[in-house]
Ligand binder design. Structure first.
Ligand code: FES
Ligand SMILES: [Fe+2]
Length: 440
C-alpha cells in the first residue's frame, strides 16, 4: 500500500524568504552560536532581513520566529483503509502475532484523518473499524458491522450522534446501542448494545483505541513524557509500509543500523561502527544500549510496554539544528494487514519559547525532508525483506533486543489464546438458537 506523504507538518511549500532564512539560521547555528544575541548578530551579518527591512533585534527575531513557528492545521492525509471484510480469525499464535495482540492501545490514524461528519473505515490490528466523530467532536471506534446482517456501517449515513446503516436503516449510537430499527419499530434489537465499541482517545494528534474482545476496562493511556509533558514539542510523522509490523519493531530495537544504513544522513554520520550492547530493565520494559558510545549516533532503544507498545530512542542533532537537546522519537506500529502496517513516529524535542519556535520553523522548512529521507532508507530495507525472513536468520549479539521483544510478544499471544480457550464454550456447542429479534 505504501501511502507516503513526505511533508506532513505544513500545508504549502516554504516561500523563498522562509528557505533563505532557514539557511541562514542553520549556518549561524552550525557555527555553534546558539544563544539569542549571537543569533541576532549572526543574522545581521547575512542578507535576510525581517519583513520591515530593518536589522534584526532580539524582539524582532522572536516575534518573527513565533509567527513562522506557530501551529497550522496538520496536512490532510488520505489513508489506505486496508483490506475490507477480512476480520481476522485469531486461532493460532501466528494469527495473533500477525494481526496484533489484543487488550492494548493501538494508534489507529492521525486525528485529521477523521473529519467531522464523515464515516471512516480502517482495517487495524485485525479489525474492520468504523471511526466517526459525534456532534461534540468525540471520536468513536466501533466494529464496522451492522448488528442486523453485518453490512458495513461505514457505508452508512452519519446522523450527528448516531450512524444509520444504509442497508435497512438500523441506527447505532456511539456506545454501540441500537437506537432505532425503522423498518420494525419496537423490535428486540432496539436498546441492545450490539456493536463492539472500542474505548477510544485522542492524544498527541492521533486516534488511539483499546483493541479487545472483552468488556474489561482498558489500562489508562499514559504516554511517554515526550508526548504528555507540555515542555516537549513534537511533530507526528505517519507512514504506511508494505512490511509486517514486526519488521518495524525489529528495526526500532536495532540501534546498530544507524551507523550503517543511515551513515550518510544529517544525523547519523558519526560514531563507531562496532559496538557491544547491554540490556537494562526498566519499569515498563527495557533499554538496549551500546556500552561504549552515547549521544553520538543511534546508540540506544527503549522498549515500552505500558498498555500500549512503543519504542523510544534519541538521535543527536547536528549543531545546525539549533539549541535544544537531541531529538527523541516515540514510535508505534499498528498492523493494517498480515503483511502491512502503519507507523507513527513522533519526533520530539525538549524546547520552549523562541527555541521551540525556531525548531518548529526549521522542522517544517528543512528538517522534515531530511528526516523523511532517513525513514525512506528504513522503508526500503523493510519493504524489500521477504515474508519468510524469520525462517532464515543468522542473528548475532546486536540482535538481542529484537529477540527479546519477539519472545515477549509470543508470550502475550500464548497467554491470550490459553485464556480465551479456558473461557470459551465447550467444543460441542448447542444448536444455534433463533435470534431473539426473530423469535418474538
Ligand atoms: S444490515 Fe444494516 S440495517 Fe440491515
Ligand atoms: Fe532507521
Amino acid at each position: 500500500m505504501a501511502h507516503l506523504v513526505p511533508h506532513q507538518s505544513r500545508t504549502r511549500p516554504p516561500t523563498s524568504y522562509e528557505k533563505a532564512l532557514a539557511a541562514e539560521l542553520e549556518a549561524v547555528f552550525g557555527r555553534g552560536q546558539h544563544d539569542l544575541d549571537g543569533l541576532v548578530a549572526g543574522l545581521n551579518a547575512g542578507g535576510v532581513r525581517p519583513p520591515g527591512g530593518a536589522d534584526w533585534t532580539p524582539a524582532a527575531l522572536t516575534a518573527e520566529l513565533a509567527r513562522l513557528g506557530a501551529g497550522e492545521p496538520p496536512a490532510a492525509l488520505r489513508l489506505d483503509p486496508g483490506p475490507r471484510g477480512r476480520a481476522a480469525s485469531l486461532h493460532t499464535i501466528a494469527d495473533v502475532l500477525d494481526h496484533g495482540l489484543r487488550d492494548q492501545w493501538y494508534a489507529l490514524c492521525p486525528s485529521a484523518a477523521v473529519p467531522a461528519g464523515e464515516l471512516v473505515r480502517l482495517h487495524r490490528a485485525g479489525e474492520d473499524l468504523l471511526l466517526w466523530r459525534d456532534a461534540a467532536g468525540e471520536v468513536h471506534v466501533q466494529r464496522d458491522r451492522c448488528p442486523h446482517r453485518n453490512a458495513p456501517l461505514s457505508k452508512g449515513v452519519h446522523l450527528g450522534d448516531r450512524v444509520a446503516c444504509n442497508y435497512h436503516g438500523v441506527q447505532v449510537d456511539g456506545t454501540g446501542t441500537v437506537v432505532s430499527v425503522p423498518g420494525s419499530p419496537g423490535c428486540a434489537l432496539e436498546g441492545r448494545r450490539a456493536v463492539r465499541t472500542f474505548p477510544a482517545q485522542e492524544r498527541a494528534g492521533a486516534v488511539f483505541a483499546w483493541i479487545t474482545e472483552t468488556d474489561a476496562a482498558p489500562a489508562p493511556l499514559e504516554l511517554p513524557e515526550q508526548l504528555a509533558d507540555p515542555g516537549w514539542e513534537h511533530f507526528l510523522c505517519y507512514v504506511e509500509w508494505d512490511a509486517p509490523y514486526r519488521y518495524s519493531l525489529d528495526n526500532l530495537m536495532d540501534p546498530m543500523h544507524g551507523a550503517f544504513l543511515h551513515r550518510d544522513s544529517h544525523t547519523m554520520a558519526s560514531g563507531k561502527r562496532e559496538a557491544v550492547f547491554q540490556v537494562r530493565d526498566t519499569a515498563t520494559g527495557f533499554v538496549f544500549e551500546k556500552t561504549d558510545q552515547r549521544a553520538v549516533n543511534f546508540d540506544w532503544s527503549e522498549w515500552i510496554d505500558a498498555g500500549y507498545q512503543a519504542v523510544r530512542l534519541d538521535i543527536p542533532y547536528p549543531p545546525s539544528a539549533g539549541p535544544g537537546g537531541p531529538f527523541a522519537i516515540i514510535a508505534m506500529v499498528t498492523p493494517t494487514g498480515r503483511d502491512t502496517h502503519a507507523g507513527f513516529f513522533w519526533r520530539c524535542r525538549r524546547v520552549e519559547g523562541w527555541q521551540r519556535d525556531v525548531w518548529r520553523f526549521l522542522y517544517r522548512t528543512v528538517l522534515e525532508e531530511r528526516h523523511w529521507a532517513v525513514l525512506e532508507q528504513d522503508r526500503e530495507m523493510l519493504d524489500g525483506m521477504p515474508s519468510d525472513a524469520y525462517d532464515r536468520e543468522g542473528l548475532y549479539q546486536h540482535d538481542i533486543a529484537l529477540v527479546r521483544v519477539r519472545r515477549l510478544l509470543r508470550t502475550r499471544a500464548e497467554k491470550y489464546l490459553s485464556e480465551r480457550t479456558s473461557t470459551a464454550a465447550p467444543a460441542a456447542a448447542p444448536a444455534r438458537p433463533v435470534p431473539a429479534a426473530v423469535a418474538r
